[in-house]
Design a protein around this ligand. Structure first.
Ligand code: FAD
Length: 405
């Protein structure tokens, strides 16, 4: 038996639902189905943002927003001028969900529960008469003359328009490859660094605003760094992991990390500061007097790593020790041996090559009536609500193009 639909959406995740709802609300006459391979839909939305769903980010200027996307920065400029984070807030408000802004710009439903987003989507799909079929794992796609035929593990479907919203699914990428699309090889994007080093041993939980750099590379980032029991994490490290996803994979996650614990104060400036401190605090024990705004225990560790003992007074510091301390503070070198997952919040860099997509419509440049939205594309961002924003924007544009045909 073959089921006929106008629009077939593969993938019951954020991008699939957003596309379906926007199509249905613009043109209620279209017969739409969402095919989901799992038993449940919206499972990633459910666990997102620690169960709170970080829906978007309070960054409302398209040219600023794109800067959070290591892959997709150039391509998303146009789309964000059409549907940006402000539009996301308005969309959810219209659908009965109020969002709130946290201090760091992340936006969540005021309920602090991802279930609110799921309920909103399920209620909107029900109202619009969108069919949702679970346990339907798409196995093959066939392009006929003016139609698409889709086979799942259960049955066959025929439709005029196909929307691919399957996230980072290797099997679907293979199918897309068989249709002529190019797939950028998937690599993890958000991860933390494994480091075993006496300087950070037992300092788990301490954090400092740093700038970090990968030695012998142009990769650098700044932001809070968190010392963990396995190494280093925090926004600064995650930024480096996202921007360096491909380069660090090529290094097999073995590299030297350079940490400036004083963020933007460089070696020379730091040396001058230390020399002044030596004059001003001559009688004080160096271990007991941390002149910088970071944790005292970290200061003690870096002082110790500079070859300075607990009994040393500022006045006793040799030129060599001052230089060593300035070095530890501004250019601490740490050997990274592997990576760890960040709070299970893995995002994949890789997917459909962006040159093969028309970013005005999200349509494939290779096939008419084939659209894409969400993480299936080679687009990913750092944490903060940006990955969902990509799903909303892509879904909105695809829906608009489909209904304007
Ligand atoms: C733990 C975690 C927390 C996260 N938190 C946030 C957050 O708070 N904010 C944020 O912006 N981003 C977050 N992300 C990233 C965000 O969840 C993804 O970028 C987003 O879900 C991508 O949406 P999507 O619809 O493209 O893909 P998905 O949500 O992955 O949905 C794709 C759907 O397609 C289905 N599918 C796959 N293959 C087939 C097939 N062959 N047949 C039928 N169906 C198929 C899948 O089962 C899935 O349901 C988080 C990610 C994780 C893992």
């Amino acid at each position: 038996m073959i089921s006929n639909y106008d629009i077939l959406i593969i993938g019951g995740g954020a991008a699939g639902f957003f596309t379906a709802i926007n199509i249905a609300e613009t043109n209620p006459k279209l017969k739409i189905v969402i095919l989901e391979r799992g038993k449940e839909v919206l499972t990633k939305v459910k666990i997102s943002g620690g169960g709170r769903c970080n829906v978007t980010h309070a960054c409302f200027i398209p040219n600023d927003l794109v800067k959070f996307y290591p892959r997709g920065e150039k391509e998303l400029k146009g789309p964000f001028h059409q549907f940006c984070s402000g539009d996301t807030i308005e969309w959810f408000e219209k659908h009965g969900v109020e969002l709130k802004i946290e201090e760091d710009g992340r936006m969540f439903p005021v309920s602090d529960s991802s279930q609110t987003i799921i309920d909103c989507f399920l209620s909107a799909t029900k109202k619009s008469g969108i069919d949702i079929l679970t346990g339907q794992s798409v196995q093959s796609l066939f392009k006929g003359d003016g139609y698409w035929k889709v086979d799942t593990n259960q049955q066959s479907f025929k439709c005029d328009t196909l929307v691919m919203a399957t996230g980072s699914n290797p099997k679907i990428w293979e199918l897309m490859e068989s249709l002529g699309h190019t797939i950028e090889a998937p690599v993890p994007s958000l991860f933390t660094f494994n480091i075993k080093d006496a300087r950070i041993k037992d300092l788990m939980g301490l954090s400092a605003i740093t700038s970090v750099k990968v030695k012998d590379s142009k990769l650098k980032a700044s932001g809070p760094l968190l010392i963990t029991h396995w190494g280093m994490s925090g926004p600064g490290i995650l930024r480096l992991s996202a921007w360096g996803a491909r380069e660090l994979a090529a290094k097999n996650y073995q590299f030297t990390l350079q940490v400036n614990w004083l963020n933007d104060t460089d070696f020379e400036e730091t040396l001058d500061i230390l020399k002044n401190l030596k004059e001003e605090n001559a009688k004080k024990l160096i271990m007991k007097f941390c002149p910088f705004e970071f944790p005292k225990r970290l200061w003690e560790s870096l002082v110790f790593a500079s070859g300075i003992s607990a009994e040393t007074k500022w006045t006793d510091l040799s030129k060599k020790q001052l230089t060593a301390l300035a070095n530890q503070l501004t250019n601490g070198q740490f050997q990274v041996n592997g990576k760890s997952t960040f709070k299970e919040e893995f995002v994949t860099a890789g997917g459909i090559n962006l040159k093969e997509i028309d970013f005005k419509t999200m349509q494939s440049k290779l096939h008419d009536n084939l659209y894409f939205a969400g993480e299936i594309l080679n687009i990913d961002a750092i944490t903060g609500g940006f990955n969902f924003q990509n799903a909303w924007t892509g879904g909105f544009l695809a829906a608009r193009a489909i209904t304007e045909k």
